[in-house]
Design a protein around this ligand. Structure first.
Ligand SMILES: *[C@@H]1O[C@H](CO)[C@@H](O)[C@H](O)[C@H]1NC(C)=O
Ligand SMILES: *[C@@H]1O[C@H](CO)[C@@H](O)[C@H](O)[C@H]1NC(C)=O
Length: 188
């Protein structure tokens, strides 16, 4: 009797295990840290290049990009969570444009709901790749879960050179110059 039961178990167990669907593990992107600094290498859709110092700061409600155009000007892009963005250059030829957007800066979890595509090697790193609403393709290092690269639908490709979690830009460097406040606003 004991032996028969054991035989039955040997017969049935493998069937049960093979027929049950193992839950598949689908990776999800790490949320952005609430505050970080990243040095970015960007290839624009025009194939022009620029570096950017990105200072993301969710608690302060701002997202700052300081762009160094290749052999060109430095462009400040200060985005606030209330939708207002200031784009300006400094110096004697300094100019400014103020834009009001309907949405504010990206939330730390802005990649939630992205579709997992799979793994690939990019920039020499093995990455998980997601796509969200045909707008962004996002590459995250499998080992460290740091962002490596993201591409926008319009052909701009961004490569992450440094990623300092917790780094914060001093407030004085986010103050738009006076000539930003003496003109009409553009709506977007
Ligand atoms: C920039 O992107 C274009 C289009 O993908 C590519 O042909 C070119 O080689 C890239 N340039 C650099 C310096 O990465
Ligand atoms: C949004 O916040 C920034 C920074 O505090 C401010 O300069 C700007 O006027 C605000 N925009 C609106 C529409 O309130």
């Amino acid at each position: 009797m004991k032996l028969n039961l054991l035989c039955l178990a040997y017969l049935i167990l493998p069937l049960v295990i093979s027929s049950s669907e193992w839950p598949r593990f689908t990776p999800t992107p790490s949320p952005w840290p609430e505050q970080f600094h990243a040095l970015l290498y960007m290839n624009l859709s025009t194939s022009r290049l620029q570096m950017s110092d990105l200072w993301y700061d969710w608690p302060k409600g701002r997202n700052v990009n300081i762009f160094q155009k290749q052999l060109g000007e430095v462009l400040y892009d200060i985005e606030w969570n209330n939708g207002t963005s200031f784009y300006y250059t400094l110096g004697a030829q300094g100019a400014c444009q103020v834009m009001d957007f309907v949405v504010g800066i990206p939330r730390p979890d802005f990649l939630d709901g992205a579709n997992y595509i799979g793994t690939t090697v990019t920039d020499g790193f093995l990455c998980n790749v997601w796509e969200k609403v045909d707008f962004i393709w996002y590459y995250e290092d499998v080992m460290t879960r740091r962002p490596v690269r993201w591409d926008f639908y319009d052909g701009i490709s961004t490569h992450v050179m440094t990623f300092e979690v917790g780094a914060v830009l001093q407030d004085s460097l986010t103050q738009a110059p006076a000539y930003c406040f003496s003109q009409d606003r553009a709506k977007s």
